[in-house]
Ligand binder design. Sequence first.
Ligand code: 2AM
Ligand code: CA
Ligand code: CA
Ligand code: CA
Length: 276
Amino acid sequence: MEFNDWAILEKRVIGWIRKAADHLRASLSNPLEISEKSAHNDLVTNMDRSIEQFLVGKIRDTYPEHKIISEEGYGDGSSDTNGILWLLDPIDGTLNFVMQKRFFAISIGVYENGRGRAAFIYDVMGDEFFHCLSGQGAYQNDIKLSPLTEIKIEDALIDMSTTWLKPNRRIDQDIMTEIVRKSSGTRAYGAASLELAYVAAGLLDAYFTMRLSPWDYGAGLILLNEVGGLYSRADGEQINILSRTSILAARPGLHEYMIQHIKEQVAEGKFLTEPQ
Ligand code: 2AM
Ligand code: CA
Ligand code: CA
Ligand code: CA
């Protein structure tokens, strides 16, 4: 059966996310149960799990035939893009949630046969909702976002984590030096979904990261696509929405410029490795 109730889905999801966010805000005064995942700065809390369980429950009750890929394991862990697939991150920016109690988001992207159809990114403490249904315009709260225009690198504000400026196995420390030097400035907010939404909203001009998972970027890429933002892996290759990947997202023009720069650096012998 063809799915065609996207407007109803949007209304429902916005309601679920607002309810989850109320719960999250109310929890801030309670003690958190925190555990480490892959590293000391890769955390999960009881709230990541409880928000994911709540949202997965709502999606399953309402759309039992849909599939869900979510960070904390309550989804289906699907391995194909057939049908309708939800990419869900209950708290994007867990380190911010734990340490700053701000700048974290709930992120949901909905794909149909691999095509982005609906995106929801909610900044819980900032009370800012980025959302879209593909083909119907993207919104920051009630304000419709404009198509992204080109700018020069000298005027660009670029978001990139600088943790990989330390020696690491994924990217040569020096690949982005010239870009950083030429740019207007850099930022690193630590919540990928919001960083992608900020590029879509024209608040940042580019976002560069070496390792994200489908739930981190699923919604953000749909939002970007809606406003003419460009995105690819760091080496310029297309992103497979089921994989861990590097991402370079930017305004048109700037995206080509940065990819060209990276390719030249690699041609000169600097290394760049996709995550496994
Ligand atoms: P998370 O908070 O949902 O884990 C900065 O850390 C950004 O990268 C966040 O959006 C974070 O999402 C994401 N991220 C992806 N993989 C990560 C990892 N292994 N450790 C920490 N953050 C990760
Ligand atoms: Ca995490
Ligand atoms: Ca995330
Ligand atoms: Ca998360």
